[in-house]
Design a protein around this ligand. Structure first.
Ligand code: PMP
Length: 438
């Protein structure tokens, strides 16, 4: 088919991507009739696959009934329903909610909630935020300021302080035992709190399992519990950015559910909540934090035009019901184990794989020169992604600056609804692409 004229700005000038034509479940068809298995949901978005019939149906119904109202003028039924659904699955005590349309917007909400919380508590000096490297929290200026990522690059002059706390397990070349890694990462965090003075710090913001920067790095045992203790000891809010990890992705409703003894104060979510049907995101706020806002005359003075719009809320509420009705949280655990076993098998056969990691259906592999040095190979992640694409498989590249080097990894986040046979196909194509790029 003749190439169409294309005047949209891209991050890859000169390399025209295929034109996607339609999609269903875990498959995308381009306009030349090529089929791709979508094993990363674009950017970890497609929790229920493409065009899930129940989500399509709810959009059609809601859009014809009430698609938009403004939150300063009206409440709306889908928003109230969604808050109820979220309360039933949230790991927080007495959950309150606020809604937006993107992951970045909800991280901005979390930042503003944290700052305002300390003002309401009579500690207005607590304004600093501590985040980690590597991480990605979004592309708006506040969220990018928190991000330990190459994407800061050109915009550094506009950004706030650098993320400083390390992500334990991010550097596989250190080869530390898990307990040692936890102790080191916590000691580094404590040092940073001491440098800034706890009286100046509002919150610690982390991705409980990293996503776009680092590729599915899960914390070592004890780290999250210890982090919670540090935050309690110094009077800091703990914020989990679960833009990628919520709604069953890691085998629990929220990643926070993996550590019930150490829940955060605020959780952000986005992406999978509507499986790509409409833009949507939100923030869960624990009762003790929300209470202060409820008692203040201004409430939570922040938001966007589309905060809590009925169409988005209706789709998100239905997505939660689909995940519940189809038992997809447990399926994420089961299919995650199947995928993990396939990746481990590939790793056993290919010295290019230095690490397999992740939880549930969020899995990453780190690409290295060899097992002895575990040295990164520049460009390996994008070469593997290209080789997979040529073979009809979409995966996500994560090239992440870490100290003096850049780690090369790829991530898989297939729909929770993917068939077992399709998962096996993902592993087979990935194996073929690894062999071709060795
Ligand atoms: N937080 C995390 C953890 C993310 O992975 C992303 C997007 N990759 C964002 C925030 C930003 O989300 P959005 O692109 O929807 O603004």
């Amino acid at each position: 088919m003749a190439r169409r004229a294309d005047f949209s700005l891209t991050a890859s000038p000169g390399s025209l991507l295929a034109v996607a034509a339609n999609a269903s479940g875990a498959r995308i068809l381009d306009e030349d009739g090529r089929s791709y298995i979508d094993a990363c949901g674009g950017a970890m978005v497609m929790s229920l696959g493409h065009c899930h019939p129940r989500l399509v149906e709810v959009v059609q119904r809601q859009v014809a009934q009430l698609s938009f109202t403004y939150r300063f003028s009206f409440r709306n039924g889908p928003m109230l329903e969604l808050a109820e659904e979220l309360r039933s699955i949230s790991p927080l005590d007495d959950t309150w909610c606020f809604f937006n349309s993107s992951g970045s917007e909800s991280v901005e909400s979390a930042i503003q909630l944290a700052l305002r919380y300390w003002q309401l508590r009579g500690a207005p000096a607590k304004t600093d935020l501590i985040s980690r490297w590597p991480s990605f929290h979004g592309s708006t200026l506040g969220a990018l300021s928190l991000s330990g990522s190459k994407w800061r690059g050109f915009y550094e002059p506009l950004l706030g302080k650098y993320p400083v706390a390390p992500v334990p397990n991010a550097d596989i070349r250190r080869r530390r035992a898990p307990a040692e890694e936890t102790a080191w990462a916590i000691a580094e965090l404590e040092d940073e709190i001491a440098r800034r003075g706890a009286q100046n710090v509002a919150a610690v913001v982390i991705e409980p399992i990293t996503g776009a920067s680092g590729a599915a790095i899960a914390p070592p045992p004890g780290y999250i519990a210890e982090l919670r203790r540090v935050c309690d000891r110094h009077d800091l809010l703990l914020v989990f950015d679960e833009t990628i990890t919520a709604f069953g992705r890691t085998g629990e409703w929220f990643a926070a559910c993996h550590w019930p003894e150490a829940t955060p104060d605020i959780i952000t979510f986005a992406k999978g909540v509507t499986s790509g049907i409409v833009p949507f995101s939100g923030v869960l706020v624990s009762g003790p934090v929300a209470e202060l806002f409820e008692q203040s005359p201004e409430g939570f003075p922040y938001g966007h035009t589309f905060s809590g719009y009925p169409l988005g809320c209706a789709v998100a509420a239905e997505a939660i019901r689909v995940i519940r009705d189809e038992g997809l949280v447990a399926e994420s655990r089961r299919k995650g184990a199947r995928l993990r076993a396939g990746l481990e098998q590939l790793a056993a056969a290919s010295p290019q794989i230095g690490d397999v990691r992740g939880l549930g259906l969020l899995q990453g592999i780190e690409l290295v020169q060899d097992r002895e040095t575990l040295a990164p190979v520049p460009g390996a992640a994008s070469r593997l992604v290209a080789a997979c694409r040529e073979r009809g498989l979409m995966i996500y590249a994560c090239a992440t600056p870490l100290g003096a080097t850049t780690i090369e990894a790829v991530m898989l986040a297939p729909p929770l609804t993917i068939a077992d046979a399709e998962l096996d196909e993902v592993v087979a194509i990935l194996g073929d692409a690894l062999a071709a790029t060795a």
